[in-house]
Design a binder for this molecule. Structure first.
Ligand code: ZN
Length: 134
């Protein structure tokens, strides 16, 4: 992929169409930024390359959203996940049981779900979701 600004929409198209989770690796400090931005999140360099991320990560912390915003249903879990390559991302966490402190430190993988349109999205949405390993 050529070095160009990767919009969030393009990022999600890569995820959905090509099963590629792209991050950007800085050519100056080698930090990995995800999702890709216009500059390195560590040193603000504009010299970077796109890399394929493993999608693996570890839950650092989480919260439970008990009163969902309009357009969302039920309770859901949002966590801060440290990706294997270094960046931290906020992502919904898939869990079948009510979460407790034991999910902090658990490993898993980032996948995605396709959601129907709502009054804010203007079309079908693709959203990241973190699946715990066990
Ligand atoms: Zn950098």
């Amino acid at each position: 992929m050529s070095v160009e600004f990767l919009t969030y929409k393009k990022l999600m198209e890569e995820v959905e169409n090509n099963k590629q989770l792209l991050g950007m690796k800085c050519k100056s400090c080698e930090a990995v930024t995800f999702p890709p931005k216009a500059v390195c999140s560590n040193c603000c360099s504009r010299e970077y390359e796109f890399i394929q991320l493993s999608g693996k990560g570890t839950v650092k912390t989480f919260t439970v959203i008990r009163v969902p915003p309009e357009g969302f249903e039920g309770e859901y879990v949002v966590g801060l996940v440290e990706m294997h390559e270094g960046p931290n991302i906020m992502v919904n966490i898939k869990t079948d049981r009510f979460p407790d402190m034991s999910i902090i430190g658990k490993r898993g993988s980032i996948g995605y779900v396709t959601l129907p349109s709502d009054k804010y999205s203007g079309g079908r949405r693709v959203s990241f979701l973190f699946f715990l390993d066990d």
